[in-house]
Every structure is written in C-alpha cells, then in structure tokens.
Design a protein around this ligand. Structure first.
Ligand code: BGP
Length: 467
C-alpha cells in the first residue's frame, strides 16, 4: 500500500539567476563567466532571458497560483559583488530583498542556491576555483548573503552540481584549466577540493549566522548502472558511482574523501593539496538535508586499458564519457530519450533516492528534475505539454514509491518554474510550467502563459500528490 506524501511536503520548482533574470549587465551587476563566454551556436545572450528581474512579482504570483510552498532560485554573485569581492552593489542586494519578500508575502519559502554556474568574471580572471583564495571569496559572499537575507531565508543550498562542474566543467566552459597545466586531473581535483572546503565553511557559517538556518549541497545525483552482469562492469559502475556521486556526498556529510576516488587520484598522481585547517573545516561543515538534481541515470561498462576507442572524462555530458581502466559510458538500450537525446528513467529516480538515503540518512529534497522540450503556443494562448505532464507524473509516482520504501523525502522542485535559457540550447529548450512568449532572437511580448502542466501541477499540489 502506497504511503502518502508527508503533510508538510515542499512542493515548488526551481530557476537559476543567469538563466532567468536577464538584466545581466545592468543595474550595477558585474559580468559573470556566463556573460562573457562564447555562446553556443544558434543561441542568444543572457541579457533578457525571461526578464524575471523586472517581472518577478508577476512570476511569483503565478507560482502562488499553482500553490507553491517553496521557490528555489539562485543569487547571482556578481549582482551582489560586481568584482566578486569588496564593493557591494546595493541595487543587487535590494533586488533579492524584494524577491524574498514577494515570496514570503505569498507564503512561499525561499530556497536559495548560493552558486549556480556563474562565477564573477573578475574572479575568473584571478584564476577562479584554481586560486586557493577562492575559498575566502566564497566565504565572503556567503557572509554577505546570510547578513542580508538570513533573517528571512532559512533554507540554503551551497553549490549547484559541483560534480558536473568537476566532471564536465572544462567541456561546458564553467571550469578552466590554466595554460601550461601538466596534470589535468590534479588541477581539476584541486579546484574541486577548494569548492568542497568553501562549501563546508559556508555550511558551518550558516549554522552560526542564520537562526534556524538549514543548508545542504545540491549535486546532480543519479545511480550508475553496470551495462551487464559481468563482474568487471559492476566494478566499473561502482567506480563511476564513487567519482560521480559519492565523492560529493561523502564529503558533504562525513567530511572525508571517498576511498575509491582517493585511490583513483593517487593512481593519477592527482591527490589535492590540503591547506592548513582544511581537514577540520571539512569535518565541521554538516548539512541538514541533501538537495539533489536528477534527470537520468548513467550506464557504464568496463574500459580495458588496451581498448582502442578513445573517450575522456570530459568528452560528453551524457554518454560518451570514460577513463581507461575505470569506466566507459554506455547508452542504455532499455530507456527512451527526450527530443534532446537525454535518457528518461523514472524507476532510476526511485533507486537513486533509495541508495542515497540508505547511505546518508538525511532528508532529501529534489532540487531539479524535468523535461526539456520544444513547446508550441497556440493561437488561443494554450500550451499543450502532455509529454511534460507524463514525464513529471511518472517521476512523482516513483518518489511516492520511495516514500513507501521509507525514504524521508522533504520536497520536490522540478526544473523549471518558468521557461528560461537552457545552458546549451538557448530558450528553445523549454522546461517551465509557465510559458514565456519569446523566441531565440525575437523577444516578442515576453508575456506569460499557463501551460497545461501548470494546471496539472496546481492539482497535484492541492491534493498533496494524490492526483
Ligand atoms: C542542470 C543545471 C540547470 C539546467 C538543467 C537543464 O544541469 O543545473 O542549470 O540547465 O541542467 O540542462 P539544459 O539546460 O542543458 O537542458
């Protein structure tokens, strides 16, 4: 018999600053790495996005109409601190004050991501996460957020998808390898180490500065399947689970490096250098819950050292990844894919949360999950996105099964509350419950329309997941 969703389950949805706000170089905001990077072909810039910066009141009202209990958004670092450190942009502080107050006015809990892929360009120029000072920069930014918003924001998320930054960051342009680097793995995991220490310090500081504050990480977690029942494939899947998932959660929760990852780093002469105090800092940062993004599982097979096919760790965000002797990406023939080629695996959602909960025993909140698709606005202002409803419904069914399995689920924030700019594909790849009337290079009216999924989700929330 299915157990119901908990009474105080946090229904809502997510966005991120650089993808939704617009006003990317105005109102005192400094550029972030996203604003200065080379745009993916065929995509427009980030100067308007969904214009949430100017239309947040209307957007929050629509979220309230759906019955949101929580809204996950991120704070743009370079909007608060245009150079990343030092000088504060008061207009930026005020924008988030207004957004937070607007949420609270509608009884929506703000769930704030501190860092979502948007390093201030000024800090990028100083080496970004490769600079050991990046830990202090992040702590300064965290302090400013807690001071400014900690009286009203009680739920915080540290770094969005740190594991993706590390695994495919060089590929998607959010993690930089300095010129002349001789050991790329060591460089990447040193940067990763700085992020881990920064996160741990931010978690400890939240507990110190924010009365009743709760904080957690927000990696992208999905179980890695073996391509077959060959024992070597199982070893490969364990390796990949360690390097993709458990490294981040072992560190967030226990403050220690996962042993399989550590062995891999030793093997590659790539163990990170600890600064004095790091070990203690890592132990002192403790999350209250685990936030995680889930889109699909991953499948891998054994990758023999003498295999002729070349695949590198950062060669594909979805499947074609690999590292000799460790794992090799494999397309799962049992799973359908989205229009954009992403595998769809609702059952994998259940197995992922089961595994996570039995490892860490902390409440779980889904901080992203969703379907990117081409939506069509009809002449009478409708968007018939039955495909999105089906995707979300199937994933929610699996969450309910996980709840029945005894997993402590705290909330569900699919991606995305409103249409926004996809990281690689621009605005044409839409995820929202709310449609934004614009095309890639034609801003049209920017008016908001309720998709069919909007009404569906409203019913889901009203019935606490019974619909
Ligand atoms: C996650 C990111 C989001 C969002 C989402 C969808 O990795 O945290 O920022 O972009 O993926 O990805 P995409 O926009 O590439 O479809």
């Amino acid at each position: 018999k299915l157990k119901p969703f908990p009474k105080n389950f946090l229904w809502g949805a997510s966005t991120s600053a650089y993808q939704v706000e617009g006003a990317s170089l105005t109102h005192g905001k400094g550029p972030s790495c996203q604003d200065v990077k080379e745009l993916p072909p065929g995509t427009s810039g980030l100067d308007v996005c969904a214009d949430h910066y100017h239309r947040y009141k209307e957007d929050v009202a629509l979220m309230a109409e759906m019955g949101f209990k929580v809204y996950r958004f991120s704070i743009s670092w370079s909007r608060l601190l245009p150079e990343g450190t030092g000088r504060i942009n008061q207009e930026g502080i005020d924008f988030y004050n207004n957004l937070i107050d607007e949420c609270l006015k509608h009884d929506i809990i703000p769930l704030v991501t501190m860092f979502h892929f948007d390093m201030p360009a000024a800090l990028d120029a100083r080496g970004s996460w490769s600079n050991p000072e990046s830990v202090d920069w992040f702590v300064e930014f965290a302090k400013l957020m807690y001071e400014s918003y900690g009286d009203r924001v009680k739920y915080w998320l540290t770094i969005n998808e740190q594991n993706m930054l590390t695994l495919v960051g060089p590929l998607i342009g959010t993690l930089h390898i300095p010129e002349g680097c001789t050991n790329e793995i060591k460089e990447i995991y040193q940067q990763n180490h700085h992020m881990l220490v920064a996160q741990a310090k931010a978690m400890a500081l939240c507990h110190e500065m924010v009365e009743g504050g709760k904080i957690g990480p927000a990696p992208n977690i999905s179980l890695v399947y073996p391509a077959s029942c060959k024992p070597e494939d199982v070893i490969a899947s364990q390796n990949t689970n360690a390097i993709r998932n458990w490294l981040y959660l072992d560190m967030s929760v226990y403050g220690v490096y996962n042993n399989l990852v550590w062995a891999y780093l030793e093997e590659n002469d790539a163990t990170p250098t600890f600064a004095p105090g790091d070990e203690e800092a890592l132990k002192n940062g403790n999350p209250d819950f685990i936030g995680f993004n889930y889109y699909n599982t991953m499948t891998v097979e054994h990758y023999a050292m003498d295999d002729q096919e070349e695949q590198t760790a950062g060669s594909d965000q979805q499947h074609q990844r690999g590292e000799k002797g460790f794992y090799k990406g494999f397309r799962n023939p049992n799973l359908p894919t989205t229009e954009f080629g992403w595998e769809i695996d609702p059952v994998g959602f259940r197995s992922t949360v089961r595994e996570m909960y039995s490892r860490y025993r902390l409440p779980l909140i889904v901080t992203e999950n969703g379907l990117g698709a081409y939506d069509t606005l009809t002449e009478d202002g409708k968007i018939h996105d039955a495909y999105r409803i089906e995707y979300l419904r199937k994933h929610l069914e699996q969450i309910q099964l996980a709840i029945t399995d005894g997993v402590e689920m705290m909330g569900y924030c699919p991606w995305s509350a409103i249409d926004l700019v996809s990281t690689h594909e621009g605005i044409v790849k839409r995820y929202g419950f709310i449609y934004v009337d614009r095309e890639e290079f034609d801003l049209k009216t920017l008016n908001r329309y309720r998709k069919d999924s909007f009404f569906w989700y409203k019913d889901v929330i009203a019935s606490n997941g019974e619909k």
